[in-house]
Design a binder for this molecule. Structure first.
Ligand SMILES: Cc1cc2nc3c(=O)[nH]c(=O)nc-3n(C[C@H](O)[C@H](O)[C@H](O)COP(=O)(O)OP(=O)(O)OC[C@H]3O[C@@H](n4cnc5c(N)ncnc54)[C@H](O)[C@@H]3O)c2cc1C
Length: 367
């Protein structure tokens, strides 16, 4: 099959990679450079903790379990690190929330458990957690370098014989008939058997050209980075720390295999637009409160990033009913989900499979 994949972020590159492995003739287009969209602004946490409802948790968790296989297939250093999410709370109310959450996740068979202060200190000797009302670890969770993973996958697509065209925006798409589609680019049009739309926030605009409505809302987010630091976080892949004062949300902190520490505020979906140096300095100061070794780090603001965000926050995956050879792959938590989406989309496109696990995530739920 000849397939055009529009968008070379973590999601589009994973789909293009798996399609190429299976022998499809792939053309991968990106309007900019691969991996430089939302995937480059991401905290890039691989997790399912706190993700609901259950079928969404299950999807994330399956993908989490697929990441090792994906990394093995890519066969390069993509900064994948495991160790688990370490969460602790400082108030009785939040402790109740954490205990209930862990109990629910355990009942779903998710690897998570409550730990005491002694174990918390053993796991992270450099951590000064302050008042601890409850603590938990979900040992399965990890993180990765989002841009690097996308760029390696793109390289593999080329090595497998695919065509990669950077700085080549798809301008439109058309269904010519008999299952044949064309994608318009500046230099002309590319004929193919199926189009995969994985252009992140731009999916809505491009789908509209083909008469397909993909509802999304704007979801700006901000992470802060530091200069590369010696190892500060010993074993956990992510620390999820309580607010220092009532007027501030919680923070999450990770250290990449490149030594860079990343800090985010609130939850993975929190809306934020302040990408100023002052904000970055404040966030770093809050992280240093818990990790004193960070006091010598320098805060590097990252420009605000826009999460691809379907209106109901659940992924939109699969062929559309109105344009049968148009496959949509639009999702938040795309770093976590990319390896599974890559494999599932490939089976649906090349084998004609219909994966029932994806049924809750079809576009048609909006109609
Ligand atoms: C602040 C922030 C924190 C996040 N934290 C996490 C996290 O911890 N864990 C997690 O799993 N997820 C997280 N996410 C979400 C995750 O980053 C995204 O879901 C994921 O990166 C989406 O990947 P994508 O490939 O779909 O989109 P993108 O990475 O945006 O890639 C889309 C690509 O399409 C290209 N494109 C656009 N228009 C066109 C066109 N017309 N023609 C050709 N190409 C086009 C763009 O140039 C871009 O390269 C976070 C996101 C943000 C912003």
């Amino acid at each position: 099959m000849r397939i055009v994949v529009i968008g070379a972020g973590i999601v589009g590159s994973a789909i293009a990679f798996h399609l190429s492995r299976r022998g499809a003739e792939v053309t991968l287009l990106d309007s900019g450079e691969p991996g430089m969209g939302a995937s480059s602004h991401s905290f890039a946490w691989i997790n399912a903790f706190g993700k609901e409802p259950r079928h969404y948790n299950e999807l994330n968790r399956r993908s989490l379990d697929t990441w090792d296989r994906y990394a093995r297939l890519l066969d390069a250093d993509i900064g994948l690190r495991w160790g688990g999410q370490l969460t602790w709370t400082s108030t009785d109310e939040d402790a109740e929330w954490l205990k209930e959450n862990v109990a629910k996740l355990q009942s779903w068979g998710y690897i998570a458990r409550l730990i005491d202060e002694r174990e918390l200190a053993c796991l992270e000797p450099g951590l000064r957690p302050g008042q601890v009302s409850a603590a938990a670890i979900s040992e399965n969770d990890g993180h990765v370098l989002g841009t690097k993973a996308a760029q390696v996958a793109v390289r593999r697509v080329e090595q497998l014989g695919g065509t990669v065209r950077s700085k080549t925006p798809a301008l439109g798409l058309d269904v010519v008939g008999d299952g044949v589609a064309t994608v318009q680019v500046e230099s002309g049009s590319i004929e193919c058997d199926a189009v995969v739309l994985a252009a992140g926030v731009a999916v809505t605009e491009l789908a509209a050209v083909a008469g397909v409505t993909v509802p999304q809302y704007e979801s700006p987010g901000v992470v802060v980075k530091t200069n590369p630091m010696p190892q500060i976080i010993e074993s956990a892949s992510v620390l999820y720390a309580p607010p220092i004062s009532d007027d501030q949300p919680e923070i999450h902190v990770r250290q990449g295999t490149d030594g860079v520490v990343m800090i985010g505020e609130g939850s993975q979906e929190s809306l934020a637009r302040d990408d100023s140096q002052e904000h970055a300095d404040r966030l770093l100061a809050r992280a240093s409160h818990y990790l004193p070794a960070l006091a010598s780090a320098r805060a590097v603001p990252v420009p605000v990033g826009y999460r691809p965000m379907p209106r109901d926050e659940m992924p939109i995956l699969g062929f559309t009913e109105s344009v049968p050879n148009l496959y949509i792959a639009l999702t938040h938590s795309g770093i976590t989900l990319a390896p599974l989406i890559g494999e599932f989309a490939t089976m649906e496109i090349l084998d004609g499979a219909r994966i029932d696990l994806l049924d809750p995530f079809r576009l048609e739920r909006f109609s």
